[in-house]
Design a protein around this ligand. Structure first.
Ligand SMILES: Cc1ncc(COP(=O)(O)O)c(C=O)c1O
Length: 389
């Protein structure tokens, strides 16, 4: 007989089942998934990088590699993409299967059942799913327009034993907000004072269309209490499944040991190909092109929301990333909007607030839809919400 698995996998519905049903219908416009634009992948350059590398390399190309990922690629990522602080060296970076694997590894290493975890309210559903497998005690901290409410966080860490604080500092998923510079400094200090680990999950960092870049939380970390995560998924291609984790060397060693028991290492073939891509191409120019395209899509969605949503709704106007966060009047449940409108898929809010379960928000993604779809979709949503008022 199979062992009882019901304890480990939640029986509750997150609403995603209805969403996926809706998304499979042909005529549905999807503002749901956080996919980068398919037509902006640098396909030719990636194909060329693969062919060049496989021609240049010996049979070794198809061999096992290092648990941390190839040295050359780690070095390229540190200098060209991750940009944390000069003291960070090759011993501080491990390549992962996307940022998602980094979150899972950290959850596996740090959490036991009942341990305290602080997340933003709302937050990224994939991180919640990874943490939930360890059955922790969740605490939810409110998000303000400049990120986490750190007074509320400090009260929580004074009162409870907290092991992990998970935050998305740039163009947060799902709200699009950024953690201010002052808060980045203060969070690093709090982590060290109250001895918790901050997971700084930062896949949207380079997708800034306006405003100034902000230093990472990790750059203010003096005590090894911050782990910074990055990914190529949103800036190059999610199919590469390549992300990274930057941490103190001792922690990297423990994570590497854990990783040996799971998937051993990142794909050597992908590491080689990406290294070739980075040496042959101007990543900055690619990012400029992406940001111009995403900014235009965002502007279109903002204009359409202004035009079609009733005045009782509020929405964010992010300076980067993939998402706009809409707040509906309190009595409107976004799950009902999803079911009723039948034309537009989006992410409803209840499952993104792990404690407060707020229902009256919607996450709208604009990165992988056309202007025509954005206009049609926003109009349909506006009409549906007006009928529900
Ligand atoms: C905040 C955040 N973290 C992590 C991920 C996972 O990304 P990856 O493809 O690098 O695993 C996503 C993807 O949507 C995300 O939005």
């Amino acid at each position: 007989m199979l062992p009882n698995i019901s304890q480990r996998f939640s029986q509750e519905t997150s609403g995603l089942d209805d969403l996926f049903t809706l998304s499979t219908q042909k005529e549905v416009i999807s503002f749901a998934a956080g996919y980068p634009a398919t037509d902006l992948f640098p396909k030719k350059q990636l194909d060329n990088a693969f062919l060049k590398r496989t021609n240049k390399k010996t049979q070794q190309f198809y061999q096992y590699g290092s648990v941390l990922g190839a040295d050359n690629l780690r070095s390229e990522i540190l200098t060209k993409i991750a940009l944390t602080k000069p003291q960070i060296t090759l011993d501080n970076i491990m390549l992962t299967q996307g940022a998602q694997q980094a979150i899972s590894l950290l959850a596996e290493l740090f959490l036991d059942s009942g341990d305290g975890v602080v997340v933003e309210g709302p937050t990224y559903i994939g991180a919640l799913e990874a943490f939930k497998l360890k059955q922790p005690t969740f605490h939810e901290v409110n998000l303000k327009s400049d990120g986490l409410d750190l007074d509320q966080l400090e009260n929580i860490v004074k009162q409870y034993q907290i092991k992990l604080v998970y935050t998305i500092p740039n163009f947060q998923n799902p709200t699009g907000c950024c953690l201010s510079l002052a808060k980045r400094k203060r969070l690093a200090k709090l982590a060290s004072r109250y001895n918790f680990l901050v997971i700084e999950d930062d896949p949207y960092r380079h997708l800034r269309y306006a405003g100034e870049d902000l230093p990472s939380i990790k750059s203010f970390d003096e005590t090894g209490n911050v782990v910074s995560l990055g990914s190529l998924s949103k800036i190059l291609s999610p199919a590469l499944r390549l992300g990274w984790l930057i941490a103190d060397q001792a922690l990297i060693k423990q994570l590497a040991n854990l990783r040996l028991a799971l998937d051993c290492q990142p794909s050597n073939v992908i590491c080689e190909m990406v290294e070739q891509y980075l040496s042959d191409n101007d990543l900055k120019a690619h990012l400029t092109q992406l940001n111009q395209a995403y900014q235009a899509k965002k502007e279109t969605m903002v204009q359409c929301l202004k035009k079609y949503l009733p005045s009782q709704c509020q929405f964010t106007n992010p300076q980067g990333g993939f998402f706009i966060w809409v707040t509906l009047p309190k009595h409107i449940d976004s799950h009902q909007v999803l079911l009723k409108n039948k034309m537009v898929a989006f992410i409803e809010s209840q499952g993104l607030f792990v404690v407060s379960q707020q229902k009256n928000h919607m996450r709208l993604n604009f990165s992988n839809v056309s202007d025509k779809q954005i206009k049609k979709g926003c109009q349909a949503l506006g009409n549906c919400i007006k009928e529900m008022l």
